[in-house]
Design a protein around this ligand. Structure first.
Ligand SMILES: [Zn+2]
Length: 342
């Protein structure tokens, strides 16, 4: 009898990293995973189920129930696969250069946007001196629950935070050059650019400036750059107490939840990245720095700075060296740039 695995046709597709679903999720969501059980589907295919709790055991918030296919490959030999391995043959695909997009049949794929995104990424790779980037698989889904299901999780609680709004979200699995994104993700080169930078520099963690570069050239949250920068301008004007010369990424919060640089105004010693529910101002600040560099020396200067900034703390020195702005003038310089240009 034909096994369930055989019906999926291409055994190559099953050779995928188990870590694609499990460990990236654990890293990403944190928490504790508990075993539920194993179900036998047929002679070769089993399904293992677990559930993941955040803040276990204090809150017991269930963040996901996961299903992992377990395939019997020989007598007493079993292998884990990701759910994606089994579902991928049912997706449509579109390849452009070294990027292949995959999406469910009912997904409204925007081919023009995908071509444009590839052009941006390919041009950036060339500017980085990377002639033949590693192939990228770019997965698109209608919403986050669908995206979770393709990783073996049954539901994404994020789809139920607001009424009827799909929250755009993307995640890059850097170890295997795969991107997952909700609707519209084919218009963003952001995550692909992270792969290019990682491949070229061998860097494991991206400094915040890299987020600015990927957001400036490759897009961020599906909003046009002008909208993001206008929001940043408004936020900076409403928050004159924030000093970007002290920290470009994070600050304390006061009793009213406002960001404060001065620790004597802080409600606690905890620090938070600049942002609120709708806007990531820490990224937008870096987009402004990126644009300042782009205007001064084009993409070549941006890449030079990108290669030198390995840790966030180094950024002030690099800005001083290449943009001629001392740390004590940084707060004024960024505010003026954003106000004059947006
Ligand atoms: Zn990013």
């Amino acid at each position: 009898m034909e096994s369930e695995v055989d019906t999926y046709g291409n055994p190559d597709l099953l050779i995928q990293s188990f870590t694609l679903s499990k460990y990236d999720f654990m890293d990403f969501m944190g928490g504790k995973e508990l075993f539920i059980g194993v179900e036998k589907r047929n002679d070769t295919l089993f399904e293992m189920r677990t559930m993941l709790f955040s803040n276990f055991p204090t809150d017991n918030q269930l963040t996901g129930v996961f299903t992992y296919p377990v395939v019997k490959v020989a007598e007493n030999e079993y292998r884990f696969y990701s759910k994606l391995s089994l579902l991928k043959p049912d997706m449509k695909s579109y390849q452009v250069g070294w990027v292949t997009y995959f999406y469910p049949y009912n997904y409204p794929f925007d081919k023009e946007a995908a071509d444009q995104t590839y052009a941006v990424a390919n041009e950036f790779a060339a500017a980085m001196g990377l002639e033949k980037p590693k192939p990228v698989e770019y997965y698109l889904f209608n919403d986050r629950t669908e995206y979770f299901r393709y990783l073996g999780a049954d539901v994404s609680c994020y789809d139920f935070i607001g009424c009827g709004r799909v929250y755009p979200h993307g995640f890059a699995f850097a170890d295997c050059n795969k991107v997952f994104f909700t609707k519209g993700g084919e218009s963003l080169a952001h995550e692909i650019m992270h792969f290019i930078i990682k491949e070229k520099t061998g860097r494991k963690r991206a400094p915040m400036f890299e987020e600015g570069v990927c957001s400036y050239y490759g897009g961020h949250t599906l909003q046009p750059k002008e909208t993001i920068m206008l929001e940043l301008k408004k936020w900076l004007m409403e928050n004159p107490q924030i000093d970007l010369g002290v920290d470009l990424v994070m600050a304390y919060k006061d009793q009213d939840g406002r960001f404060v640089t001065d620790s004597t105004m802080a409600a606690s010693q905890e620090r938070f990245a600049y942002g609120d529910y709708a806007n990531n101002y820490a990224y937008a600040i870096q987009m402004a720095v990126c644009e300042m560099a782009e205007r001064k020396g084009g993409k070549a200067l941006v890449i030079k700075m990108l290669n030198e900034i390995k840790e966030n703390e180094e950024e002030y020195n690099v800005i001083k060296n290449y943009l001629g702005i001392a740390r004590k003038d940084m707060n004024r310089a960024i505010r003026e740039f954003v106000i004059e240009n947006y």
